[in-house]
Structure formats: C-alpha cells, structure tokens
Design a protein around this ligand. Sequence first.
Ligand code: NAP
Length: 270
Amino acid sequence: MRVLLLAGTGEGRALARRLAAVPAVRVTTSLAGRVAAPHPLEGEVRTGGFGGVDGLVSYLRAQGVDAVVDATHPFAARMTARAVAACRGLGVPLLALRRPGWVAASGDDWRRVPDLASAAAAVARIAPAGSAVLLTLGRGGLDAFAADGARRYVIRSIDPPEAGTLPPHHTLVSGRGPFDVDGERALLRDHRVSLLVTKDSGGDATVAKLVAARRGGLPVVMVDRPPLPEGVVPVEDVAAATAWVLGELDRWAGSGSSPRRCHPRGPTRC
Ligand code: NAP
C-alpha cells in the first residue's frame, strides 16, 4: 500500500520511522523544503510543493497513492486545505494528525488573538515604547510587525526570516527546538524581553518559552490556530495515526490489494 505522508513536524518524523518498519506499506514523506537542513527522515523522501491542488491530484494519481496522512504543522493551513481538496476529489482516504494546542496553566498571562495582524495590535496595546518583544513565529508573517518602530524585536527562527519587511529595530536569533527552560529564561533576560508573541503550535519541543514567561511574570500573546477544513477530525498522536494506517492496510489487503478507489479519475494503476 502506498502512503503519502505530508510532514515538516516532529510527529511526521516519528510516523515516518514507525511506518518504515511496516513492510507492506511504502511511505513517501513529503517536505515543503522551507528549512535548509531538515532533520534526517527515515525512508523515501520528496521535497517541494506539488503545485496546488491540481499538482497534488496529479502526484497522487501518478504514484498510485492509496492513503494520505497530513502531519503538517497546525499552522500549515494551505497544505492541509489542498490535501483535503485533492483527496476528496479522488476519493483517497486522508487522515489529519494534529498535536493538541497548549492550555494556559495557573500563573500564565496569555492574550489569545486570531491572527498575526491582531497580534501586532495586541503588542501595540501591551508593550510600552522602548520595550523588547520576543517573536517566535517562524520565518514568515513578520511583516505584521514591520511598521512598529517604537519597540525592539527579538526574532527567533531556525533559518533567517523570509524576504519581506522586518521592524526597524530587531535582533535575529537562530534556534531550533527542543528548547529548555533555563535557556529560554536566559534568552528573555539577556534581551530584557517584556512580552512574548508566539503561535499555539502545541507540543513539548517549544513549550519551555511559555514556562519561562510564566516564571518571569511575562505576558504572552498567543496566536490561535487556523481552523481545520470542515469535516476534518484529526487524531492527536503518532500511535493513533499508525493505527489508522494499519487499518487502511487491512482494508486495502482485504480488497485483494487492488485499490478500492478505481473511479474514473483514479490512480493510473486502476
Ligand atoms: P502552508 O502555508 O500550508 O503551505 C504552503 C505551500 O507549501 C503548500 O501549498 C504546498 O505547496 C507547500 N507545502 C507545505 N507543506 C508541504 C509538505 N509537507 N510537502 C510538500 N509541500 C508542502 O505551509 P507553511 O506554513 O509554509 O509550512 C511549510 C512546511 O513547514 C509545512 O510542511 C509545515 O509542516 C512546516 N512547518 C510549518 C510551521 C508553521 O508555523 N507554519 C512550523 C513548523 C513547521 P503546493 O501548493 O505547491 O503543493
């Protein structure tokens, strides 16, 4: 059975490792190619966009993909929407794997906002002129803060930010999780940060900054996740995603190893 695994997350990597151990499943793990030196992945890997929904449909057909797992980051909404559209169009089973979002604990001072523009507006309300704001938002979307010349921004990302406009007063810090609380406290202290702006990515690898902010009494502007497409109900961990793939494998094998989806627009091997 052929599986396309849309990755770019720790869960995607872990799932690739698990599925590589299942002989009857041939997995291709797909990366967008955003990170210059991605973590090594087990098994077959492809890199780069598919070319929108049509490109993905062509890929799924040409490769005879039997099932797709979307283990992309909770904020990779475009890829998820395109995977849903392509798989629904072809009748290919699709599973979304989404780690749970973070939940505020006692002592946290979080302000939830729906998007980056609202995050920038929240910063203007909360952080006094001249103060330092830590942005851990990845490489993209920083334009929302570009017009703010009143504050200092500390921008942390794996690779340098994408071309675009950055706030006039900024310091770039390169870093890749997992991070620990002591390191995060040192970062906040060394740059005299008074406000953290982050996305609700969830997971353990980058949660230490939230613990550090709590201990330091710092407010956090938390950007909410984009909603999943209608009708998509995700599983939350790698074990559940593995079980889903094995269930699909059973069905696939039970159908005489011939694709169940031999519809007119189906995979070329139908
Ligand atoms: P996005 O906005 O949803 O996707 C933009 C385009 O990138 C997609 O339409 C697709 O191009 C291509 N793409 C995205 N993920 C892909 C994948 N796994 N394999 C092949 N093509 C992919 O995504 P993004 O926010 O730029 O994130 C890009 C990648 O980085 C994702 O794989 C995600 O898991 C990872 N990541 C994102 C974040 C984040 O905060 N957004 C954080 C950590 C990791 P086509 O339309 O041409 O197919």
